[in-house]
Ligand binder design. Structure first.
Ligand code: NAD
Length: 242
């Protein structure tokens, strides 16, 4: 049976590492052409070498509107359309607010929510013209449950949820579907800032997921029949520590 993703054109932000990279692998393996939008040029080169001709890379700084807009314009001019945007890039910082570095908080918020807005906004004209398109956002369990050890991250992911829910309504009349996935902790470089004891305890307790768990769920979400909505999906390990 042909995969519902066969022949689709997809863009994934932050697709050069962790969850994004595994989504690139699995979405491309399902028959789509995938563009990775990321700023890490070494990781982009590596991904392109590893993943073959159905995977393209564009070096993008998601902090800047013009580079995001240009990347989407490139995809549309090369492929004639864009069917899928996976808004995935994000950063993580935990800890007490009064001890945190405000510059780091600002950058994290800029990436987690402002860049989500920048990339979603950039695909809207093309998807509206096509009268079709799917936008998936990698939110987090912190997008629906306040995590006391992670106040600013929690705030950023609640904002992503609110953004996804509101544009879902605005874009539905144009045939554009929007969904968010809310994973619990996943073993990726994002958690390098986690307290090592917390990480160790969670790994030992089996309370961490792998990027492939999230990627399989994203492929499932994107494979919903045409004419149906994309449901949000909470994805948790069998036990987890907030
Ligand atoms: P990661 O650190 O492995 O990958 C993040 C990617 O984003 C990197 O390739 C990085 O180069 C890119 N990036 C960062 N800033 C950028 C910028 N300004 N411009 C372009 N690219 C930029 O992270 P991950 O764990 O795979 O996280 C992906 C998403 O999943 C994030 O939104 C994160 O919040 C979310 N998430 C992660 C976990 C987890 O436990 N790892 C759990 C739930 C949700």
């Amino acid at each position: 049976m042909t995969s519902p993703l066969q022949g689709k054109i997809a863009a994934i932000t932050g697709g050069a590492s962790g969850i994004g990279l595994e989504c690139v692998r699995q979405i491309a393996a399902s028959g789509a052409t995938v563009y990775i939008l990321d700023r890490d040029h070494q990781a982009l080169d590596k991904a392109r070498e590893e993943l073959g001709e159905r995977v393209h890379t564009i070096e993008v700084d998601l902090f800047r509107y013009e580079t995001v807009d240009r990347a989407i314009e490139t995809i549309v001019s090369e492929q004639g359309r864009i069917d899928i945007l996976h808004v995935n890039a994000g950063a993580y910082i935990g800890g007490n607010v009064w001890e945190g570095d405000p510059d780091k908080w600002d950058k994290m918020l800029n990436l987690n929510i402002n860049a989500a807005f920048r990339s979603a906004r950039a695909v809207m004209p093309a998807m509206m013209k096509q009268k079709s398109g799917d936008i998936i956002m990698t939110s987090s369990i912190a997008g629906i449950v306040p995590i006391p050890a992670e106040p600013i991250y929690t705030a950023s992911k609640h904002a992503v949820q609110a953004f996804a829910h509101t544009i879902r309504r605005q874009l539905a009349p144009f045939g554009i579907r929007v969904g968010a996935i809310q994973p619990g902790p996943v073993v990726t470089p994002l958690l390098n800032d986690w307290d090592p004891e917390r990480l160790k305890a969670n790994i030992e307790a089996g309370a961490m997921m792998q990027p492939s768990d999230v990627a399989e769920a994203v492929v499932f979400m994107l494979s919903r029949r045409k004419g149906t909505v994309i449901r949000d999906l909470v994805l948790l390990p069998h036990s987890f520590d907030v």
